[in-house]
Design a binder for this molecule. Structure first.
Ligand code: PAZ
Length: 379
């Protein structure tokens, strides 16, 4: 007698991938993005430049096909936009794959939520619009960097909105980057949703706020598997989300097998951060996980790599301001509660240090070593 297993075996990663991409349609702009990416990669490959794909911002989870409502997350894209600037400064060409309307490299200095770009301008005596004297130097420096990136054609900006757009773009752009071999780097700073509504369980039209507009349908009388994932039952909006397949393994093994891959891990509980980052590194076997806490992410991160655990911190007197951050929690995840660097002061007028200015050179150094190893392995 044969016995049936009680639990269905999990589909293989490859089958889950095939199923995801077969059932969740590609974004309308994908082919256009890919032709831009092909030309960009080809040019920089010929010029021997390293290319970083920086992902940035949050992914939406649409509840309807004609989307009125969606689930979103907090990410403004500060990490990604800031990091892209430092990658450019370090000599990389950058493909900046970001959530539409999230922060962009360079313009981010003038589009944050506390001050509008108009606050940096005024009219002079003749009525011409000029930049305020006080901001001239800083804006000139930012403008020069931006103009240089445009002139050298080292920054390609691509957008996504939903989780499905993001995954399609990541997979296809990664394939376009394969000819770069070890000169490609993936820096995955986007805050990607872990749950989503699959296309086949999505309603076409706007979810009605009251059951009487469900065109006579009583979802509680339909078998659960056939109900739309987001629906009104009685007076409640009920949403069944499904897990997004984990694609990092496919990126590492299949889509970008020779590239350096850096992923991020965000937590809110300090006691979990390092363990979760180590777990991710063990599971996906890539090069680096950067762990960060929601409340301290602008001032400290932890590098977890096969070489061990390393904290990267902005010294106390040099930290940028943050409305939502909690400076007193710095050091909590490593058990060092901020006795770390009290001696360091910032003098009036001295610029604050962005943590990305510490992160990117460190990554670039690791990347150089990996490229050298790859080169010597070839000989
Ligand atoms: O975009 P932002 O600067 O507000 O936040 C950056 C971040 C916390 C989203 C990023 O550093 C990060 O951890 N991304 C990965 C999140 C995750 O999927 O765990």
């Amino acid at each position: 007698m044969t016995t049936q297993p009680l639990v269905e075996p999990l589909p293989s990663q490859a089958a889950a991938e095939d199923d995801y991409f077969a059932t969740n349609p590609q974004p309308a702009a994908l082919q256009q993005h890919l032709s831009l990416a092909r030309a960009f990669v080809a040019r920089h490959a010929v010029e021997g430049r390293k290319v970083a794909l920086v992902t940035s911002g949050g992914t939406t989870v649409p509840l309807e096909n004609q989307t009125v409502r969606y689930i979103d997350n907090f990410s403004a894209g500060t990490r990604g936009a800031t990091s892209a600037e430092y990658f450019l400064e370090a000599g990389y060409a950058v493909i900046f794959l970001h959530r539409q309307f999230s922060l962009l490299p360079y313009s981010r200095h003038y589009s944050h939520n506390t001050r509008s770009f108009l606050d940096f301008m005024r009219e002079d005596e003749s009525g011409r619009v000029v930049v305020d004297q006080e901001h001239q130097n800083e804006m000139q420096a930012v403008l020069r960097q931006y103009t240089e990136a445009k002139k050298q054609n080292t920054l390609l900006i691509l957008t996504f909105v939903s989780i499905t757009d993001y995954l399609w773009e990541l997979r296809e752009v990664a394939k376009v980057m394969q000819p770069l071999g070890p000169r490609a780097l993936f820096y995955l700073a986007a805050a990607v949703s872990d749950f989503f509504v699959p296309r086949h369980r999505m309603v076409e039209h706007k979810i009605q706020s009251a059951e009487e507009f469900n065109q006579g349908l009583r979802y509680d009388q339909i078998p659960h598997a056939h109900r739309p994932a987001a629906r009104v039952e009685g007076r409640s909006l009920v949403i069944d989300l499904e897990p997004v397949p984990k694609f990092l393994k496919q990126l590492v093994d299949g889509w970008a097998p020779q590239a350096m891959i850096v992923s991020f891990k965000l937590e809110t509980d300090p006691s979990m951060l390092v363990n979760k980052a180590k777990y991710a590194l063990g599971r996906y076997a890539h090069h680096l996980v950067i762990g960060n806490l929601l409340t301290t992410r602008k001032w400290e991160v932890v590098f977890v790599s096969p070489d061990g655990v390393k904290w990267v911190r902005v010294p106390r007197g040099k930290r940028t301001k943050s409305v939502s951050g909690i400076e007193s929690l710095i050091g909590q995840a490593s058990g060092e509660i901020d006795e770390l660097d009290s001696a360091t002061h910032r003098f009036v007028g001295e610029p604050a240090v962005e943590i990305e200015s510490l992160i990117i050179p460190s990554i670039a150094e690791m990347h150089e070593k990996l490229m050298a190893n790859a080169e010597s392995g070839k000989q």
